[in-house]
Ligand binder design. Structure first.
Ligand code: PAF
Length: 289
């Protein structure tokens, strides 16, 4: 008989018993898959190894959309999604109806108290509560060893990492790099809803991030860099700038003075009714520990 005194010990034991040769990796999505999602599937497959299993979930989660947001118009095409996942060699798809996922009597939510209130949490109150709750439910339903999320949703990834740590979920969270169109626009299911004029204007986000990345090592302060990026976005008449933030890349804490550690520039910009986000981690001239 084995006695475990620490979380790490008991987890290691259970992992060995669950057969480490066949890990289960989950890729949660809201469907309408594009090449960005497929890159998450490939990363999951690579991490799972030849014997492991990759499960993709497709669920447009109503609880992460606020009143007046685009839940109803969020693009959906299940047949095409299934074909794409089949072609990627995904082992299973979990694609439930909302009534299967949410009990009408449910009383429990999951929330990261501080992280959920800042940045996009301010623009979309309740959004991260919906995300944390559905991701917890998916983790409990599927019980994966690891899960893959895109780095485009930088704050979402931070919320999920924090929640997984705080609630001792014992699931590895793997971040996957942003995939971009040839003109730099970050891939997103919402891009199809841009008008052709807005689609032509939208790469301003990645151009502003390119410039910021080039300027960051010059010793510029975070406040000046932020003003520069905002001015560049505001010069595009079709863009409605919702927020430009520069935060510590590891903790998302605010920064105003010179950059002394890697920082993340987070953009939220609307084109018509389409809400786009993008981000870039930039490096200081010299890192000060
Ligand atoms: O990033 C998404 O597509 C969603 O927020 C997620 C993680 C699948 C939860 O609904």
């Amino acid at each position: 008989m084995q006695i475990a005194r620490t979380k790490a010990e008991i987890r290691k034991l259970c992992t060995q018993w669950r057969d480490p040769a066949t890990p289960v990796i989950l890729v949660p999505t809201m469907g309408f898959l594009h090449d960005g999602h497929l890159s998450l599937m490939r990363l999951a497959r690579q991490q799972a190894g030849p014997e492991g299993r990759v499960i993709a979930s497709i669920f447009v989660n109503p609880t992460q959309f606020g009143p007046g947001e685009d839940f109803d118009s969020y693009p959906r095409d299940e047949t095409r999604d299934f074909d794409l996942l089949r072609a990627e060699g995904i082992d299973a798809i979990f694609a439930p109806e909302a009534s299967e996922v949410y009990d009408p009597e449910a009383q429990t939510i999951v929330e990261t108290t501080e992280l959920a209130k800042t940045l996009i949490g301010k623009l979309r109150p309740g959004h991260f509560r919906g995300v944390a709750t559905i991701v917890t439910k998916l983790f409990n339903i599927i019980r994966p060893d690891a899960a893959v999320f895109g780095e485009k949703d930088y704050q979402q990834l931070a919320v999920i990492r924090t929640m997984t740590r705080d609630l001792d979920m014992g699931i590895d969270i793997i971040g996957a790099p942003i995939q971009r169109e040839a003109d730099g626009l970050a891939m997103s299911s919402r891009n199809v809803r841009l008008t052709s004029e807005d689609r032509a204007a939208a790469p301003i986000l990645s151009r502003a991030l390119d410039q910021a990345e080039a300027m960051a090592p010059s010793g510029i302060t975070a406040s000046r860099l932020r003003s520069h990026v905002r001015a560049m976005l505001e010069a595009e008449p079709r863009a409605r700038v919702q927020s430009v933030d520069i935060r510590d890349a590891a903790t998302l804490a605010t920064i105003s003075g010179p950059l002394t550690r890697p920082a993340v520039i987070l953009l939220a910009v609307s084109f018509g009714k389409v809400f786009l986000i993008d981000n870039r981690v930039v490096q200081p001239a010299q890192e000060i520990p």
